[in-house]
Design a protein around this ligand. Structure first.
Ligand SMILES: O=C(O)[C@@H](CO)OP(=O)(O)O
Ligand SMILES: [Mn+2]
Ligand SMILES: [Mn+2]
Length: 510
């Protein structure tokens, strides 16, 4: 890319409002109900549109809700990327998974050595971290290779799907095992313990000792464990089935992780493998899709290449960017926007805001938003910074509590933060592009399989608002009626005065 390619452009701010989706006004639309005068005014006064952030528009299976990983990867890549859930499903549908040489070798070794197979993963069809449907293929493969014993370690959800649905998924797991002719639920634990990603190792260790050593509350049935939970499906206590107290990992066993997303299972995977090795056991382990673990876990399905996006184009053009988010979403504005690349490039500065976490954000919908906003305002004031890329986590993270009023507050806190950022942009002659990464807070209830309407803190297939606030009044033409997240990077490059990257299929929206 050379200077003469440059269109007129200048410095700016790319601001991702996580979980900021668009839907018609309604009783469960917290985004619409919240008092957000600044966002309302920006959307009214400046070029804005709706961007598709789910399904095939971003590289997911049709009808699949968006998620932060693919959302930020596509925002950075400027093109849809086949996501791990899609690649795994294709591998299953083609029959390749069942014949995958790595899987066959593991299963045959267990059959020959009479070792047990442990299957560990989130059991729901939320399609953000896992799909319980993938379990059936693994069970079928184990049955076909005559593995003598298959233990299923269930992680319950309540976050990607409506809370209070874990029992339904347990029934589904039991049915899948019966259909495959192999597999038995050995343990049950909530994702709050097993899928912590914030370094709360006391939570992770409960899952480690449950799966590795069969240490947990003894229950007669998995349902008993679910119904005993006082904090919903996400926090089902670590429980071991009475007829599976021998289900700990024995030397020579095999273990397949069936979450296709790494970020919330990798802490458990590393911790469990360390523990097993430290107790003189060898476990042969595979993951359905690639993990970012310290341990080298061979994957059955490889990731799509996500290079050639914004990070590469900014580096090539010498455009300096500052990345800012609080811990919950820090990897999103660095690793994922950069195409699953943890390199801190010479033109990048990464600022991770830490502050008091809260196991329950209902009580703290503001999270660490003030500190994040301070950092954005400070970076925007620096002339040497061409681009600020920041994520405001509140609408999504508080949305995941499923608590409508807390989520309304999260939207209102976000609006106040946007007000400060708009002022900072104007004072430093910057344009500002605001966009959601997927929907969440615009739909806070969902019908459960039993027909009841329940609180829902999960993601949606709704489009997300995309607003371009020009660097000076009067600039900025109308945007197309509809866009996708793949158009964000080409638009950011255009606003900076550069052409889209050659690998980008999205287009500049103005
Ligand atoms: O919290 C998470 O891990 C998922 C929901 O399970 O949300 P997001 O994709 O926004 O990170
Ligand atoms: Mn998100
Ligand atoms: Mn989310």
């Amino acid at each position: 890319m050379t200077a003469q390619d440059a269109a007129p452009g200048g410095p700016g701010i790319l601001l991702v409002l996580d979980g900021w989706g668009h839907a018609q006004p309604g009783a469960d639309n917290a985004v619409d109900a919240a008092r957000t005068p600044v966002l309302d005014e920006l959307t009214r006064r400046h070029p804005s549109t709706l961007a598709d952030a789910s399904g095939e528009a971003v590289g997911l299976l049709p009808g699949t809700v968006g998620n932060s990983e693919i959302g930020h990867m596509v925002i950075g890549a400027g093109r849809p990327l086949p996501y791990d859930s899609l690649l795994v499903q294709q591998h299953i549908d083609s029959g390749e998974l069942r014949e995958n040489p790595r899987l066959v070798a593991l299963l045959d070794a267990l059959a020959a050595g009479v070792g047990a197979l442990h299957l560990v993963g989130l059991c729901s069809d939320g399609q953000i971290h896992a799909n319980v449907g993938h379990l059936s293929e693994l069970l079928a493969a184990a049955a076909a290779r005559r593995v003598p014993r298959v233990w299923i370690h269930v992680i319950t959800d309540g976050r990607d799907v409506a809370d209070g649905t874990a029992d339904t998924y347990l029934t589904q797991v039991t049915a899948l095992a019966a259909a495959a002719g192999t597999g038995q639920i050995a343990s049950v634990i909530g994702r709050g313990y097993a899928m912590d990603k914030a370094g709360n190792l006391e939570l992770t260790d409960k899952a480690v000792h449950l799966v590795a050593d069969a240490v947990g509350a003894e229950v007669n049935t998995a349902s008993e464990a679910v119904h005993a939970s006082e904090r919903g499906d996400e926090w089902v206590a670590p429980s071991i089935l009475r007829d599976a107290t021998a289900a700990g990992i024995a030397d020579g066993d095999g273990l397949v992780w069936f979450n296709f997303r790494s970020d919330r299972i990798q802490q458990l995977a590393d911790r469990l493998l360390d523990h097993v090795a430290a107790t003189a056991r060898t476990v042969h382990t595979l993951s359905l899709a690639q993990y970012d673990t310290r341990a080298d876990i061979p994957a059955l399905v490889q990731r799509a290449d996500a290079s050639g996006g914004l990070a590469d184009e900014l580096t090539a053009a010498g455009v300096r960017s500052v990345r800012i988010a609080e811990a919950e979403k820090f990897e999103h504005v660095t690793y994922y926007v950069n195409g699953r690349d943890s390199t801190v490039r010479s033109v990048e500065e990464h600022i991770r805001i830490t502050g008091p976490g809260a196991p329950d954000y209902r009580a703290r919908p503001e999270m660490n938003l003030d500190q994040v906003t301070d950092a954005v305002v400070e970076a925007a004031a620096r002339p040497g910074v061409d681009l600020v890329i920041a994520n405001l986590a509140n609408i999504d993270v508080v949305g995941h509590t499923g608590d409508y009023s807390a989520t309304v507050k999260a939207c209102e806190h976000t609006d106040a933060a946007v007000a400060r950022i708009v002022t900072a942009a104007a004072q430093s002659g910057r344009w500002l592009l605001l966009v959601g990464d997927h929907g969440n807070a615009e739909k806070m209830t969902k019908q459960a399989p039993d027909g009841t309407t329940r609180p829902y803190g999960g993601h949606t297939t709704h489009p997300v608002p995309l607003v371009v606030v020009p660097s000076h009044e009067g600039a900025g033409t109308a945007l197309p009626e509809r866009a996708t997240l793949a158009d964000v990077a080409p638009t950011v490059l255009h606003l900076l005065g550069h052409k889209p990257g050659s690998a980008m299929t999205g287009r500049p929206l103005l």
